[in-house]
Design a protein around this ligand. Structure first.
Ligand code: SIN
Length: 319
C-alpha cells in the first residue's frame, strides 16, 4: 500500500482532506492519526483569521456547502501548537497553505522551511470562499503559475509542492500544465465547487457568506473526471484525489483514474473513523482484484481494453 508522491513515500495512500479535520487532534480520539498516510491540515494563512459570517455550513443533496473563509490561528501558532502536536504523535503532515497574495504564500513557506515535521506543502490556490473571485488563483493560468512558481522557489528543494486546483474552470488541464511548468511536483484534485442554497423560510441565502464550496458525494463524478483528465495529460505527475470519498470502492475509482493517493474529507463529519475504514476497504478491494501493489492500480482505467486485467488474470496487475 506504499504511496509515492514525488519524492515523498507514504506507508499508505489514505490522507485526510484539508479543512475537514483541523490539525488532526479531533480525529485522534477515534483512531491513531499516525495510521494514515498523512494528515493534511486546514489551510493556514500568515495571521490569525476569524473567517466569514455565520451560518457557515448548509446541507445539500448528497453533499454539504461550507463558507468558512479560511478561519485559523495563523502560521506561528500553527507551527508551535498544531505541527508540534502532529509530530509528537508520529503523524506525517501535509501542510496546506493559503494566502491573499503571492507574498503571503512565500512568507508561510519560509516559516515552514527546515521544519522536519512537514512532509509536503499543499498550496491551496482554489478556496472559493474569498472576498473576490480574482483571489481564486486556480481559475487563472497566470495567477496559478505565479503563486506556484513563487512557493516552489521559496520552499526547501526537497519538499514536494502540490497545487490544489479548482474544478470551476473550463479546462483544468491548462491550469495543471501552468502549475507543472512553474514547478509543481503534483496536484491535489479537487477543491470544492462554488454553490449556494436559499432558505425558503427566510427567503435569503442560507450561508452568511452567500456562496460556499460544495463537497461530498455529489461532487465525486466531477472530481473523478478532473483526476482522469489531469492524469491523461500529465501522467508523470502524482495526484492526490478527493471529492466525496466515503468507502474503499470510491477511493479505488480515484486510484484507477490516476490518483496515487486519496484524501477523505466530508465523510468524517458523519463518520470520524472513515479514513481508516476507507484504507482497510481499499486494501481489500485491491487485493480482491489481484493487484500486488497500489502502484499497479494507479491509472489502470486508462489502459486499453486489451491490456486490462480480467478476473482470471491477476498477475497482469502487478506489471
Ligand atoms: C474555507 O475555509 O472557506 C474553505 C477552504 C477551501 O475550500 O479551500
Amino acid at each position: 500500500m506504499t504511496a509515492s508522491l514525488a519524492t515523498l513515500s507514504l506507508p499508505n495512500p489514505v490522507l485526510t482532506a484539508s479543512g475537514c479535520a483541523a490539525a488532526g487532534r479531533e480525529l485522534h480520539q477515534f483512531f491513531d492519526v499516525a495510521a494514515l498516510g498523512a494528515v493534511v491540515t486546514k489551510s493556514i494563512m500568515t495571521r490569525p483569521r476569524s473567517g466569514r459570517a455565520t451560518p457557515r455550513m448548509a446541507e445539500t443533496p448528497s453533499g454539504m456547502l461550507n463558507s468558512i473563509g479560511l478561519q485559523g490561528p495563523g502560521i506561528d501558532s500553527f507551527i508551535e501548537n498544531d505541527l508540534a502536536w502532529l509530530a509528537a504523535h508520529g503523524a506525517r503532515t501535509v501542510v496546506s497553505i493559503a494566502g491573499g497574495h503571492t507574498d503571503e504564500y512565500v512568507e508561510i513557506t519560509r516559516k515552514l522551511n527546515g521544519n522536519a515535521a512537514v512532509s509536503m506543502l499543499e498550496v491551496n490556490i482554489s478556496c472559493p470562499n474569498v472576498e473576490s473571485r480574482g483571489q481564486v488563483f486556480a481559475c487563472d493560468v497566470h495567477a496559478s503559475s505565479r503563486v506556484i512558481g513563487a512557493v516552489r522557489r521559496a520552499a526547501d528543494p526537497a519538499l514536494p509542492v502540490f497545487a490544489k486546483l479548482s474544478p470551476d474552470v473550463t479546462d483544468i488541464t491548462l491550469i495543471a500544465r501552468a502549475c507543472a511548468d512553474a514547478g509543481a511536483d503534483g496536484f491535489s484534485l479537487i477543491n470544492t465547487l462554488l454553490g449556494m442554497v436559499i432558505d425558503t423560510d427566510t427567503m435569503a441565502p442560507a450561508l452568511g457568506g452567500v456562496t460556499g464550496g460544495l463537497s461530498g458525494p455529489a461532487i465525486r463524478p466531477v472530481a473523478l473526471r478532473c483526476v482522469w483528465q489531469v492524469h491523461q495529460k500529465l501522467p508523470s505527475y502524482p495526484i492526490i484525489g478527493m471529492g466525496g470519498i466515503r468507502c474503499g470502492l470510491d477511493a479505488l475509482q480515484f486510484i484507477l483514474a490516476g490518483a496515487s493517493a486519496v484524501s477523505v474529507g466530508t465523510a468524517v463529519f458523519g463518520d470520524p473513523s472513515a479514513p481508516v475504514r476507507v484504507l482497510a476497504e481499499l486494501e481489500a478491494a485491491l487485493d480482491a482484484r489481484g493487484f500486488a501493489s497500489l502502484a499497479g492500480a494507479v491509472g489502470y482505467a486508462h489502459r486499453a481494453p486489451e491490456h486490462r486485467l480480467g478476473p482470471d488474470a491477476p498477475q497482469a496487475a502487478a506489471s
